[in-house]
Design a protein around this ligand. Structure first.
Ligand SMILES: Nc1ncnc2c1ncn2[C@@H]1O[C@H](COP(=O)(O)OP(=O)(O)OP(=O)(O)O)[C@@H](O)[C@H]1O
Ligand SMILES: [Mg+2]
Length: 490
């Protein structure tokens, strides 16, 4: 009987104590990260992040590299090839990474690559660093990998679709259509005072790095900007420059094609982190009472407030409820921001004074930036961008004229652009000067005409007053006459 049980006992013995002996002799721990795990067809996020991390670190040390095209980018990612091994160091501790692949046991043709080759990374490290590696090193690797992936990705410009085109199941692809975002604007080429520029850049960068701070103070990780100023002063260009600086996607939200608050909320929930949500010309999308303007401007005709309210109620019955100011404010204040990820919200308007104070109070829109007419400093940026000219004797005249006329950077840029191949920098500057002189004359003329019109109006009023006085005097005299005459008659 003893003999019969012996082999089992020894197996059990080794099962129980074997790994202890092994771990005593071989004190290393291994963790594997599979490319495909579970039932999902998507590549594991950890695997992808590790791949990026190792790619950034292994291209120097590994001898055999593998090049993979990456979805949504035009770049290739170089990573260590299968069955390669590299070492990494973290706080002075050495770890080993190996990439491996298991071959399929049976020859079969399969649709999914995961059936055929199973790739995985193995991380090995000494047992005594177990805590440090599992707690801090791994999150460091994943965070680094993710940030590399974000840097390499191709960014997108999204615009919202009409509700009718959404599929039943929603999803970003049907609510938002996108194109590749490749706007060349940058803060360097933006014509703006250096101080303002620096201020905005610092603000954005601080924001993008302040995840822990926002978590600590219990605020949603978002920042609101309000850009205001006349047309052509670079509001849209600034948004593109912001997106390029932060490497964010841009969601261009067209409020007039959003039917109601529910639709708005659904759209916003589908936006991803690391994005700028833009609502251009906010004054045209929402009116002062907080009710969205009707496309056909039915409400505008309403004479008084009561009538407007009546009309709004009527419309609510016919074309559904609307996007309201409070709906918009609710979303800004954080219903959706609990979805995580950082977002910048930018509103633009040509008329700051038209906006509802509730929309622009501090805390909601953290920064108000006035985009104004071209200053001399801004002009110098444009001259450098467009003509490669940093100083010129004509600059003094230009500075003088800029102080006297309101030229938008768009106008200045337009005049600085060479119209033909023969045109050189100086003739472009002269072209700008003559445009500004013309503008100055036009403004002076307009002012003169305005003054004349005012004078005329004043004159008219005075004449009328005189006439009325005269009439009143005559009437008074007449009534006196009547009285006196009457008295005579009696
Ligand atoms: N500050 C600026 N720096 C560099 N280029 C500018 C600037 N402002 C305007 N431009 C040029 O003028 C063009 C129009 O500017 P942009 O569309 O940014 O103006 P906007 O303020 O958004 O106007 P709108 O209020 O009409 O939307 C841009 O294509 C850009 O080339
Ligand atoms: Mg614009």
């Amino acid at each position: 009987i003893c003999k019969q049980y012996f082999p089992y006992d020894i197996t059990r013995f080794f099962d129980r104590y074997g790994h202890k002996i092994v771990s005593f002799l071989y004190p290393y721990i291994q963790i594997t990260f599979h490319e495909y795990s579970g039932d999902g067809f998507d590549r594991g996020t950890a695997y992808v992040a590790i791949q990026r991390y190792l790619a950034a670190n292994s291209s120097v040390t590994a001898r055999r590299l593998k090049a993979d095209p990456v979805k949504d980018t035009e770049t290739l990612v170089l990573s260590m090839d299968d069955h390669e091994e590299i070492t990494d160091e973290y706080q002075g501790i050495k770890v080993w990474w190996a990439s491996s692949m298991t071959m399929p046991k049976t020859q079969s043709i399969s649709f999914y690559p995961r059936e055929d080759d199973k790739r995985f990374y193995t991380l090995s490290f000494h047992n005594k660093y177990r805590d440090l590696i599992t707690k801090s090193y791994l999150s460091h690797v994943l965070a680094q990998g993710k940030s590399i992936a974000v840097k390499n990705r191709q960014r997108k410009l999204y615009t919202n679709n009409k509700k009718e085109t959404w599929s039943r199941y929603g999803g970003r692809s049907t609510m938002w259509s996108h194109v590749v975002f490749e706007h060349p604007a940058s803060f360097e080429t933006l014509a703006l005072e250096a101080k303002t520029k620096k201020d905005i850049m610092n603000d954005l960068i601080t924001f993008s790095k302040a995840k822990d701070y926002y978590a600590k103070v219990g605020k949603a990780w978002k920042r609101g900007y309000l850009l205001h100023g006349p047309p052509g002063t670079g509001k849209s260009t600034m948004i593109a420059a912001m997106a390029n600086l932060l490497q964010y996607d841009v969601y261009d939200l067209e409020l007039t094609s959003v039917k109601d608050n529910t639709e708005l909320r659904k759209l916003l929930i589908e936006t991803s982190g690391k994005s700028i949500i833009v609502i251009e010309d906010i004054d045209c999308s929402l009116d002062l009472t907080g009710q969205r303007k009707n496309n056909k401007d039915k409400d505008v005709e309403a004479k008084d407030e009561k009538e407007a309210v009546k009309k709004a109620v009527e419309n609510a019955g016919t074309d559904g409820s609307k996007v309201t100011l409070s709906g918009l404010l609710n979303f800004i204040d954080g219903l959706w921001s609990s979805c995580g990820g950082e977002r910048v919200i930018v509103f633009t308007t040509n008329y700051l004074e038209k906006l509802d104070p509730a929309l622009i109070r501090r805390g909601r829109m953290d920064k108000h930036i006035e985009m104004s007419y071209c200053s001399f400093e801004a002009f110098k940026v444009l001259a450098k961008n467009y003509l490669d000219v940093e100083s010129h004797q004509l600059f003094t005249r230009i500075e003088e004229l800029l102080g006297e006329t309101d030229m938008t950077p768009a106008d200045v840029a337009e005049n600085l652009m060479p119209k033909s191949a023969e045109e050189d920098g100086e003739s472009c500057l002269n072209c700008l000067i003559s445009a500004m002189e013309d503008a100055k004359v036009a403004v002076a003329k307009a002012e003169e005409e305005k003054l004349k019109a005012e004078e005329k109006e004043k004159h008219k009023v005075e004449k009328k007053e005189e006439e009325m006085k005269q009439k009143a005097g005559e009437e008074l005299a007449a009534s006196k006459d009547v009285k006196e005459n009457g008295a005579l008659v009696i």
